[in-house]
Design a protein around this ligand. Structure first.
Ligand SMILES: Cc1ncc(COP(=O)(O)O)c(C=O)c1O
Length: 485
């Protein structure tokens, strides 16, 4: 049985049965009258509210952990084979912000792929860093931006010797992995820091069927920080995440703690902390390995079922380059697929409304579905049946002009023309709001993002090109904040 120190401390606190003259004001009870019924319908029961506690005597302090949080973080570090783990209650976003503050000095240059998540842009603003943008690989058959090749990283180091570090997205939202080992070696050889946004990779270290986790890199070529969202794939509550400093990291744990303390609330939710404690223990358990094994078998069967559906094309590791480490280049528990005649958006919406299958994200080309160790036989079968049903529908006429599975031309706006650093654009004193029609050629003062996948269409400090305008239209943007002049 795996230890769960935060959960134990909470259970112990409950037994004390104290009268609560402290925050939170709900005092462990649903709100009165009409609101009581609503709370209960939502499942905000007394049992749940009773443990919605924050830092109290008998519990621990997230910013200076010495008790149950310290113990739980140490256990998670041991389970992942890293030197230190820190809990984040603001997702991977908050963890990445702290890593950038702790790793670099203002005005440092950092190499960042253009398909980085919006949280990286916020981190660049907060830490005052100058991004050197690099182009990820475009997978035309799928209409997706993927990993960054080691050759791109090497070239960037040659052209910009002032680069201090690299921020890698591994894997991408759709599960495409990077050749981490080769990039990590390059970073060590050229003395650059390596921060890995492993938001979608919290399970990778737990099974060889997944791509390699940055936590598994040998100490001699270790990353400096790895941030994961167990809330996405590991079973903890939404918003909870963790930051790992591997053995061999150049970041001091004290510095990272300070950075986290600048960013995180002083009233951390013990619901989130307990869920991290539970997820960490769950991932290290035999029960999880068995559940994962069942999931992987179901994934294989679903793959075969979908491959037999003529109108569906499924992204699998065989479509991607082989990685130096020999591990798969794709998280195959994710199903990204294209339909022969329907856009990703249409197929996802039809399956949602007609078959009750909700999706993770979709784009004009494909749709993304995440399977979980929590899904049973019936869930997997409903998924396969849904796509077979779409295939059988002869009435669907949307987007008939699209040729089946045609490769998608690369989006041309990808490499930004940088006029100002993200921070200087964000803090610029002279900003005005203009319509889309007036925006061409102006410098953006803001980040505009289509979520999911959270990759910015427009960056602060980027000059607005004609190719931005139609994409911005698709995000529903009507007006943009730009720098005056
Ligand atoms: C690649 C990537 N990085 C970072 C994040 C941010 O993670 P979180 O939602 O846990 O803050 C996301 C969220 O979707 C993401 O897709």
């Amino acid at each position: 049985m795996q230890n769960t120190p935060v959960v134990s401390a909470l259970l112990n606190y409950k037994t004390l049965n104290r009268r609560r003259f402290h925050v939170p004001a709900h005092a462990g009870l649903p709100l009165g009258n009409h609101f009581q019924a609503l709370s209960q319908q939502l499942g905000f029961s007394s049992a749940l509210l009773d443990v919605d506690l924050t830092e109290l005597d008998g519990l621990d302090v997230l910013s200076i952990p010495e008790g149950c949080i310290a113990e739980s973080q140490a256990l998670t570090a041991e389970r992942y084979g890293v030197a230190h783990t820190f809990y984040s209650i603001n997702g991977t976003s908050g963890g990445l912000h702290a890593c950038l503050l702790a790793s670099f000095q203002p005005d440092d240059a950092v190499l960042t792929p253009r398909n980085a998540h919006r949280s990286i842009i916020a981190g660049l603003v907060l830490a005052g860093l100058n991004p050197v943008w690099c182009e990820p690989i475009w997978y035309a058959d799928w209409g997706l931006w993927g990993d960054v090749s080691p050759a791109t990283v090497e070239q960037a180091f040659k052209q910009n010797p002032n680069i201090k570090g690299v921020i890698i997205t591994h894997p991408t939202y759709e599960g495409l992995a990077t050749d981490l080992e080769t990039i990590a070696k390059l970073c060590k050889t050229h003395n650059k820091r390596l921060i890995v946004d492993e938001a979608h990779g919290a399970l990778f270290a737990w099974h060889k069927a997944f791509p390699q986790s940055a936590c598994e890199l040998p100490e001699a070529i270790s990353a400096d920080a790895i941030v994961q969202s167990p809330h996405k794939t590991g079973g903890s509550l939404t918003q909870s995440a963790w930051v790992h400093l591997p053995k061999g990291s150049a970041i001091s744990p004290q510095r990272l703690q300070q950075a986290l303390n600048h960013l995180q609330t002083t009233s951390p939710s013990y619901l989130l902390l307990a869920s991290l404690d539970l997820a960490s223990a769950w991932l290290a358990s035999v029960d999880f390995q068995q559940a994962l094994q069942r999931q992987l078998l179901r994934v294989q069967r679903l793959e075969r079922q979908l491959q037999a559906v003529p109108s569906v094309r499924l992204l699998r590791k065989t479509h991607l380059p082989v990685l130096a480490c020999g591990r798969p280049a794709l998280d195959e528990t994710r199903f990204y697929l294209r339909h022969a005649t329907l856009s990703g958006e249409t197929v996802a919406e039809i399956l949602e409304t007609e078959r009750g299958l909700s999706y993770e994200s979709c784009n004009p080309y494909g749709a993304l579905y995440l399977t979980s160790f929590q899904h049973g036989e019936a869930d997997f079968q409903a998924f396969a049946d849904g796509f077979t049903w779409v295939d059988e529908q002869s009435v669907i006429e949307e987007i008939q002009h699209e040729k089946a599975f045609e490769p998608v031309k690369q989006a041309s706006f990808m490499m930004p023309e940088v006029a100002l650093s993200p921070r200087n654009a964000f803090f610029h004193e002279d900003v005005e709001t203009v319509t889309l029609a007036e925006a061409q050629g102006r410098i953006s003062a803001e980040t505009i993002v289509r979520c999911p996948p959270g990759i910015p269409v427009l960056l602060p400090g980027e000059r607005i090109q004609p190719s931005h305008l139609s994409l911005l239209g698709q995000t529903g943007t009507q007006a943009i904040q730009v720098i005056v002049g």
